[in-house]
Design a protein around this ligand. Structure first.
Ligand code: NI
Length: 254
């Protein structure tokens, strides 16, 4: 079996004590590839550093909506410079988060739009973090104002919203949330999404799947996401792993 964890935060300080061990044991757990995703300038640099040291590891660079309040126009030039690194495969994570509202919404929108433009310009796929912000996001999708070569990371919206994203050509990625007991609504979305549009991720160190819920999440637990997805789709986990692996390679052009 081979697994591709498309969204990790291995640069997170919760991995400071054992990062190299966590990465080293991935191949013994069938996780052959992973993307570590930046949330600001500093973490994006750290992600590139991790990716450059390890085979099968890649990086995404971008400013998270939580940090949009710190956005400076000069950041774009910095991100563009980083994106020239051959291990950088996407712009992200970028988007809108109205659940926490850590940054004013107009600033989130500005940082999101300017980074979508950057992704288009650099011809890189984008990784979207959209939480409780579909009211503003979907009209942008419908009007073609989004970079549609994008993945909806840690998808948590409705089935209707997912249909609009799929119509626009996006990929949909799921975390261990689909293994949670109260996940009924999201399972309908997994059921609906065509298999060639699915990707799997841990979003570690957050979102640990059952039976590791509450612990620090790690990329090796992405197998639990594949297992649940396979169960929903009625196929073997090995097949689900292979399909999502190939989808990720195709989407991120790896
Ligand atoms: Ni993330």
């Amino acid at each position: 079996m081979k697994l591709f964890d498309t969204h990790t935060h291995l640069e997170d300080k919760r991995f400071d004590d054992d990062r190299e061990d966590v990465i080293a044991e991935l191949k013994y757990n069938n996780v052959l590839k992973a993307i570590t995703v930046g949330t600001d300038i500093e973490t994006s640099r750290q992600c590139i550093d991790i990716a450059s040291k390890h085979e099968g590891m890649y990086a995404a660079v971008g400013l998270h909506p939580h940090d949009a309040k710190d956005f400076k126009e000069s950041d774009i030039a910095e991100f563009e410079k980083m994106a020239a690194d051959k291990k950088v495969v996407a712009i992200g994570e970028i988007g809108l988060d109205y659940h926490y509202d850590f940054s004013p919404r107009d600033m989130q929108m500005h940082a999101f739009e300017i980074q979508m433009d950057m992704a288009q310009r650099l011809n890189l796929p984008a990784v979207y973090h959209i939480r409780e912000a579909f009211g503003d996001f979907l009209p942008m999708v419908r009007q073609g104002r989004c970079a549609n070569n994008a993945v909806m990371h840690c998808y948590g919206g409705s089935l209707e919203s997912a249909k609009i994203c799929l119509d626009a050509g996006m990929m949909i990625s799921f975390t261990g949330v689909i293994t949670f007991k109260n996940a009924n609504k999201i399972l309908d979305v997994v059921k609906y999404v065509p298999i060639e549009r699915l990707m799997i991720e841990t979003d570690c160190p957050y979102m640990a799947p059952v039976p590791y819920r509450g612990k620090r999440n790690e990329p090796k637990y992405v197998a639990e996401v594949a297992r649940k997805m396979a169960e929903i789709k009625g196929i073997a986990i090995e097949e689900m792993a292979e399909i999502t692996y190939n989808n990720a390679e195709r989407f991120f052009n790896i």
